[in-house]
Design a protein around this ligand. Structure first.
Ligand code: SF4
Ligand code: SF4
Length: 131
């Protein structure tokens, strides 16, 4: 995470945050970092940031999160969504981040480098809503 980022009304009003909210249909300011999403995620060992950390980075307007591997390791299993006490569907946020990364031409899932990636994540990658 970049230094100097602070959670504030201004950060939450950043265009990047609005774009992720628009694409995901989620209210990102609802997340209060309880960590239940990360606690229930079976794929965190393959992620470079926990699901709640991904949420926080988006809340902070930290666009470097688009280069994270976490959204690509997300299998869209929805375990986080059913656990979230605030009704945040993290899977949809991950989806929005994948979509934005693709739109910006950032590195994403490389089929040649999928050794060790959970099978369900690969299946998920191809059935995800990402065009
Ligand atoms: S479970 Fe919901 S409120 Fe808790 S950290 Fe995850 S997204 Fe945020
Ligand atoms: S949808 Fe993604 S982030 Fe949520 S629990 Fe499943 S793999 Fe983890």
């Amino acid at each position: 995470m970049a230094d100097g980022l602070r959670l504030s009304r201004e950060a939450l009003a950043a265009p990047f945050v609005g774009k992720v909210e628009e694409l995901s249909g989620q209210n990102l300011s609802a997340c209060y970092q309880c960590g239940k999403c990360a606690a229930g995620c079976l794929f965190t060992e393959h992620m470079d940031a926990l699901p709640n950390q991904v949420l926080r980075r988006v809340q902070l307007g930290d666009e470097s999160v688009l280069a994270a591997s976490a959204p690509w390791a997300c299998a869209s299993c929805l375990a986080c969504a059913v656990r979230c006490p605030k009704g945040v569907d993290v899977a949809r946020v991950m989806e929005a981040l994948r979509l934005l990364a693709l739109r910006r031409g950032l590195p994403h899932l490389d089929p040649r480098a999928t050794a060790g990636v959970p099978q369900i994540a690969l299946v998920g990658a191809y059935r995800k809503l990402t065009p």
